[in-house]
Design a binder for this molecule. Sequence first.
Ligand SMILES: CC(C)(COP(=O)(O)OP(=O)(O)OC[C@H]1O[C@@H](n2cnc3c(N)ncnc32)[C@H](O)[C@@H]1OP(=O)(O)O)[C@@H](O)C(=O)NCCC(=O)NCCS
Length: 178
Amino acid sequence: MTELGPVAWPPAPIRTERLVLREPEARDRAAVIELLASPEVGTYIGGPRPRDELERAMPAVPSGRPGLFVVALDGAMIGQITLTRESGHLRQAAGKAELGYLFLPQAWGYGYAAEACAAALDWFAGALPGEPVVLATRTANLRSMRLAAKLGFVEAERFEAYGAEQWFGMWSSAMPSD
Ligand SMILES: CC(C)(COP(=O)(O)OP(=O)(O)OC[C@H]1O[C@@H](n2cnc3c(N)ncnc32)[C@H](O)[C@@H]1OP(=O)(O)O)[C@@H](O)C(=O)NCCC(=O)NCCS
């Protein structure tokens, strides 16, 4: 299950100071393949996918789904954010809206992920007021840990899964954040 619930999808593109959050477009195809095939991006999330397989399988317009935002800088995709309800992967996240983020390595270190995720959470808080969002990340993924803290996620639990320590955080629009 990946539906967000009673939320109209897609929303109008979301504009931040530097970025636009929007649906996937044909011009994103190469960047989506780059993102999923990148060893750096895949380090803490199960590794990269084979590029030739992605080239074969990826449609001309990368498919969207409710809760998936392409993050664009000057029109070009630099990353993706998901706000989805996953049922399968972790007991702690079952049935809850979960934030995910993947950015191209050349876009790391500029605060783009933080800017885009804050806007996505803001949109979520407006669409489903008071509903919490969860986030799971490996504790070894220091960039992700810093981002989660910056966004106002609060530690709920740490546990072992997929052979590594995982951090599980919760966010709610009712909680204060920086
Ligand atoms: C996790 C991930 C999105 C974090 O990206 P990021 O660019 O480090 O995150 P932020 O947007 O918060 O940027 C923070 C950095 O931008 C810098 N920065 C530069 N200009 C900035 C600005 N105007 N505003 C804010 N920060 C700025 C900060 O100093 C910080 O740099 P530092 O980490 O070197 O101290 C990225 O590393 C990634 O895609 N990783 C692979 C996928 C992944 O593991 N996802 C998590 C799955 S659970």
